[in-house]
Ligand binder design. Structure first.
Ligand code: ZN
Length: 278
């Protein structure tokens, strides 16, 4: 039983996992992230499921990581790593946390051995991209936007640093330097999303796509997915991700040394002010 993730089975062979924390704009605190991981694992291991949809309740897909909730691994049990001084505090403990809860979970989700489709509406801010980008296919409503404003926090970008693969290096630079959102139409033009549809059709369109994919043999789908993922790895994506996470944590450590916080309150306030302006 999950408090923050709802599982639905809308058609034969299709599971839909829904972020169900709309009162907090589906902000991702550790319980939500680890419950999502559990739900994805269960769907991956359910013989009746061939395709998984990730969707969200409310007007916005997700406002990103819930920084107010703190940085911890629920029950002290890391899932994606062996842990390694999670309780060390400071930059050391935080790096161990991000290796597990952020990059580690995203990598597991990218490599989940079944096709995954994200359906996104409204805003997807910062950590929200870390739920969308590890999925295989992204369907967006016309009002969807995507932004990574976290240079305001003193770090390079979100912890799953696939920006260059998602939007190309020119747009990645602008997106990171300005923190400005990309519209659904622009994301579609850049190849970051597969389809843009009216909001009222988002759920039906995504389900029809999942049903179409679910007609194909599971093992072949798995092989096709793995082939794409291994191609990304051959292009250097895995190494680039680990390197970017190290630089990201250098940013956290520098912020901690400068103002006593891993993420500066000033940066959080600046991002809040910017997002109110859009
Ligand atoms: Zn971070």
């Amino acid at each position: 039983m999950s408090a923050f993730i709802r599982r639905e089975d809308p058609a034969a062979g299709v599971a839909r996992l829904v972020l169900a924390r709309p009162e907090k704009k589906n902000a991702q605190h550790p319980p939500l992230l680890y419950e999502l991981d559990r739900a994805l694992c269960d769907a991956a291991n359910d013989g009746a499921v061939k395709v998984i949809i990730l969707a969200a309740d409310g007007a916005d897909f997700s406002a990103g990581h819930d920084l107010k909730d703190g940085f911890y691994v629920p029950d002290g049990k890391p899932v994606a790593t062996m842990g390694g001084h999670l309780d060390a505090g400071g930059a050391e403990g935080h790096y161990a946390f991000e290796c597990d809860a952020y990059l580690g979970l995203c990598r597991r989700w990218r490599d989940l051995p079944k096709p995954t489709i994200a359906a996104t509406q409204g805003r997807a801010i910062a950590g929200a991209l870390m739920l969308l980008w590890p999925m295989d296919i992204i369907v967006a409503s016309e009002d969807a936007t995507f932004s990574d404003p976290v240079t305001a926090f003193g770090v390079n970008g979100v912890e799953y640093f696939t920006h260059v693969w998602e939007v190309g290096h020119r747009k990645a630079r602008e997106m990171l330097f300005t923190g400005e959102p990309i519209t659904a139409a622009e994301a579609h033009r850049l190849g970051m999303v597969n389809h843009v549809v009216p909001l009222a059709e988002l759920e039906r369109f995504t389900l029809d796509l999942a049903i179409k994919i679910a007609r194909r043999p599971s093992f072949a789908l798995r092989l096709a997915k793995e082939s794409v993922n291994r191609t990304l790895d051959a292009q250097g994506q895995s190494v680039a991700l680990q390197s970017a996470l190290a630089l990201h944590n250098l940013g956290h450590a520098a912020t901690l040394a400068r103002c006593g916080e891993l993420v500066s309150s000033d940066g959080i306030a600046a991002v809040r002010a910017e997002s109110r302006g859009h």
